[in-house]
Design a protein around this ligand. Structure first.
Ligand code: HMG
Ligand code: MG
Length: 298
């Protein structure tokens, strides 16, 4: 049976903008976050504290956190790869943080320059500091349905790393199909396997739409009892270390589907569509949301 409510985690300002070629100004990054919170999104990943040499688009994330208009109840999260990033996220006033690991060794090396087990070791001091600060930590796991370097990824491996992230103290594990290669049957199988180690209530889905499978994967995950999904307004973005990765599934498209199924999210589709149109204009790109294009015409 389908959930009555879904929590949408808006990752456009981070996962989206980190891979857009055209530079976005600080003012525009701030406006994007503020428009998203005004549309009713309750959890927005506003930036990341990674090496600016690796991801120049996310440099200056501290200033984004410093200038947004904070709405009460909204969680503004930051992606952090290590203690240095964690300290910066705290100083910037992030509500919560997210650490990120990979289910495949090849992607771990290319994305964060270390093995999976080394990355988990780097998270230990991050988790300790988060504990002291009373900050919640979310865990991302990449390449759960395939890796651009290693190919097939074993669901047992995904389950094992997910279980480690949970044991370290992550409140939720977001399973990322980083390169969008998964299909619905594989998604169901994956969640079935991972849920033996991590309760379904603590799993989220993070689908990229590279092969047009994101919506059916979300539906498959909904049927498996997952009720938290990451999405990106206008389908912005991709991943600089996963060639060919297109943007995340578009928030507008997910919302349209959930609305049609009578599932509550608290997000206003009209405002979200207008936000998507606005950011596409800013970036000079086509709107990656079908719903955004369709509703934008009327
Ligand atoms: P490294 O070069 O191995 O790190 O990079 P290092 O510890 O040797 O440090 C090298 C330099 O980086 C030093 O500066 C550090 O200070 C600096 P230098 O002394 O040479 O001038 N540095 C930092 N600067 C700012 N903030 C930091 C930080 N840490 C070190 N936190 C590192 C290792 C992890 C830092 C690097 O590989 C990195 O930043 N990678 C980030 C990659 C990234 O952001 N990828 C995109 C996000 S993941 C994603 O999109 C997937 C996801 O959406 C889910 C999915 O779709 O699957 C989450
Ligand atoms: Mg992603």
């Amino acid at each position: 049976s389908l959930p009555q409510q879904v929590r949408l985690v808006e990752v456009g300002p981070r996962d989206g903008l980190q891979n857009e070629a055209r530079p976005v100004t600080l003012v525009q990054r701030v406006e994007l976050v503020d428009r998203l919170s005004a549309a009713g999104l309750g959890h927005i990943e506003a930036g990341s504290f990674v090496s600016p040499r690796w991801v120049p688009q996310m440099a200056d994330s501290a200033a984004v956190f410093g200038n947004i208009r904070r709405r009460s109840g909204v969680r503004y999260s930051a992606l952090v790869p290590n203690l240095q990033g964690m300290e910066a996220a705290i100083a910037a006033g992030a509500t919560e943080v997210a650490v990120f690991a990979s289910a495949s060794e090849g992607f771990s090396q290319r994305n964060i320059n270390c093995s999976i087990s080394e990355s988990l070791q780097r998270f230990a001091p991050v988790m300790a500091l988060a504990g002291e600060q009373g900050m919640a930590v979310r865990g991302y796991l990449s390449c759960v349905l395939g890796c651009p370097y290693d190919g097939r990824v074993d669901p047992q491996q995904v389950a094992a790393v997910s279980a480690e992230l949970l044991a370290m103290g992550c409140y939720e594990i977001s399973l990322g199909d980083t390169i969008g290669v998964g299909v619905a049957s594989a998604t169901r199988q994956l969640i079935e396997t991972v849920s033996r180690r991590v309760p379904r209530e603590q799993l989220a889905g993070h689908f990229h739409d590279t092969y047009g499978q994101a919506q059916s994967n979300i539906y498959a995950a909904l049927l498996e009892g997952v009720s938290v999904f990451d999405s990106s307004v206008a389908g912005l973005g991709g991943c600089p270390y996963a060639r060919g990765a297109s943007g995340n599934v578009a928030s507008e498209d997910v919302l349209y589907m959930l609305n049609g199924m009578g599932i509550d999210t608290g997000v206003d589709i009209e405002q979200l569509v207008r936000t998507g149109q606005w950011i596409c204009q800013v970036l000079g790109r086509d709107n990656g949301s079908r719903v955004g294009r369709a509703m934008g015409k009327v």
